[in-house]
Design a protein around this ligand. Sequence first.
Ligand SMILES: [Zn+2]
Ligand SMILES: [Zn+2]
Length: 177
Amino acid sequence: MQSSAREHARKDWDTYFMDIAYMVSTRSRCHRRHVGAVLVQGKKLLGTAYNGAPMGVEDCEEAGCMISEEYELVTNEQGEQQIVKKQRCIRTIHAEQNLLLFTDRIDREGSVVYVTDQPCWTCANMLANSGISEIVFHRPYSKDDQKVRHLMEQVGIIFRSLDMYEPPAHAAMEIKQ
Ligand SMILES: [Zn+2]
Ligand SMILES: [Zn+2]
């Protein structure tokens, strides 16, 4: 009885590694988005990364976000397509890219990336060529969803979202769209 209660309280591996990704994301100093990513082989943690400016360069907290504006085609709640102006911070190296910069190819072969946010197109493209075999994410990023999913199908990378997952309360920030 007692041991089954303990089993129940124990976190599954997906929750365990996504919790770590969220904790890592709290290191980010971009006010627009905190993203964390971890590399896992089997059940071993091989690397952690978050979005940030290159080392030795002023970050978003010191210099403010570097905003780029672009127009995007989005589908509204009524199913109509609209052109919307969106702002993004381009000062940071994305968490997934930093993860690739700070891990070895040999460690990545067949490994899993847990990332707090669905990868953007550029990150997905790089991950597709990185040796990893699975990507697990939590918050959706609809902008690049279709082309990223198509890419993952083409390269045979398992692409999973943790829909029922609840991040640690103090680790998840609200995202400015
Ligand atoms: Zn920023
Ligand atoms: Zn990205």
